[in-house]
Write a protein that binds this ligand. Structure first.
Ligand SMILES: NC(=O)c1ccc[n+]([C@@H]2O[C@H](COP(=O)([O-])OP(=O)(O)OC[C@H]3O[C@@H](n4cnc5c(N)ncnc54)[C@H](OP(=O)(O)O)[C@@H]3O)[C@@H](O)[C@H]2O)c1
Length: 355
């Protein structure tokens, strides 16, 4: 009898989706079974799919073992899961973990480096993939965890970690000597969390957004100024760093036309418009690279402590910027995917799906 399910999207058409039924996988020695419990959906998950081939995001959760052909991809999600069965010491049934999860009922992991903080999935197909995606944090060994903030963690943990690391990198480089930092898709969680981290630290912070999101983005108070994409000519002609989260070629072209050589850095961070921007920008920011650097500089505990402090500061304000919407079940996940793909989720909404 089917007792598990898998949601997948067509790799060549992210709007075409399927929901299949299957049976809960049986474990072999060294494995544990996670039940996916609570996940979030934001533009970031769409980016994983857009870059599924080039950045290998499709490789985390292969469709084959779930009875799906290679034309399908499982877009990775972030959230909480529960260990429901385990053959591994130190990973007991009932343990609750945060990590990278498939859009499916279950995930089989091969826990390694097990300690009080959690474990890593050492499954062979994940061995060469960026390591920050392979860690599962136990709720009991995580300085950033608070039970009453679970939904904030589901939605923001990877995004805020990115924002925190992006801000850290820009500060570490003395803002590249810029007098202004311009962020596109300023209404996105990753952008406004970075602005929150950078506000008041030196350069003027300017957000660019679409007309419908202007009032929301201004209301946050973490940008010195917010303009629409059509208003780029109103930017001050001063040395500027561009942190691009939208990926829109027209915005990049307008900034270059307005600022010329005053555009001292052009950094691809995200692509909410679903247009890959790595080649068009001067450089690419990939959070795992800066995470690796700071793990070396500060140690894992030092990085965890700094992150937890920054996270608690942010968590103290972001609740007022967000309406968490909780839907339930695989069909709701499918609907949330379509809505997020189409850009129909208002920036104030934080979409959670309970599974
Ligand atoms: N480099 C890294 O390591 C890293 C890590 C984390 C996230 N990111 C990237 O940062 C970006 C933002 O992610 P997020 O999860 O924070 O986003 P989010 O909160 O879901 O942001 C939604 C915003 O993105 C824009 N948008 C959404 N859908 C769109 C569509 N279909 N067409 C055009 N614009 C659309 C709109 O902003 P505006 O109206 O303001 O444009 C919207 O308010 C993603 O591309 C994500 O992958 C990068």
């Amino acid at each position: 009898m089917p007792d598990s399910w898998t949601f997948a999207v067509a790799r060549d058409d992210l709007g075409r989706t399927t929901l299949t039924e299957g049976t809960t996988p049986a474990l072999t020695d060294g494995e544990a079974l996670l039940r996916v419990d609570r996940v979030g959906l934001t533009a970031n998950n769409i980016t994983y799919a857009v870059l599924g081939d080039s950045m290998r995001y499709w490789q985390f959760f292969p469709p084959g073992p779930r009875g799906l052909g290679p034309q399908w991809g499982l877009p990775p999600l972030w959230g909480f899961a529960e260990v429901v069965e385990s053959t591994v010491a130190g990973v007991p049934a009932g343990q609750r973990v945060y990590g990278y999860l498939p859009p499916a009922g279950h995930l089989v992991v091969r826990p390694d480096r097990v300690d009080a903080a959690g474990f890593r999935d050492a499954s062979g197909h994940r061995a060469d993939l960026p390591s920050p995606y392979n860690g599962y944090r136990s709720t009991t060994g995580d300085p950033a965890y608070r039970e009453d903030q679970e939904d904030l963690l589901v939605l923001f943990r990877p995004l805020f970690f990115t924002s925190f690391m992006l801000a850290d990198r820009v500060v570490d480089h003395d803002f590249h000597g810029a007098a202004a930092l311009v962020l596109s898709s300023a209404s996105s969680k990753t952008a406004y969390a970075a602005a929150f981290e950078l506000h008041g630290r030196g350069p003027r912070l300017v957000g660019l957004t679409s007309p419908g999101n202007l009032a929301f983005t201004r209301s946050l108070g973490c940008y010195d100024d917010v303009l629409t994409y059509d208003d780029i000519d109103a930017l001050d002609a001063v040395p500027t760093v561009y942190l691009d989260l939208s990926g829109a070629p027209s915005t990049r072209a307008a900034l270059r036309a307005r600022l010329g050589d005053l555009l001292v850095r052009d950094v691809a961070v995200g692509l909410t418009t679903q247009i890959p921007n790595a080649d068009a920008a001067g450089e690419v920011f990939f959070a795992p690279v800066q995470i690796r650097k700071r793990r070396q500089d500060w140690g894992r505990d030092g990085l965890d402590r700094r992150f937890a402090e920054a996270w608690q500061r942010f968590a103290g304000v972001v609740g007022d910027w967000l309406d968490v919407r909780v839907d339930a079940g695989p069909d709701a996940l499918r609907r949330a995917w379509s809505e997020t793909l189409a850009g129909r989720t208002p920036p104030r909404v934080g979409q959670i799906v309970r599974l």
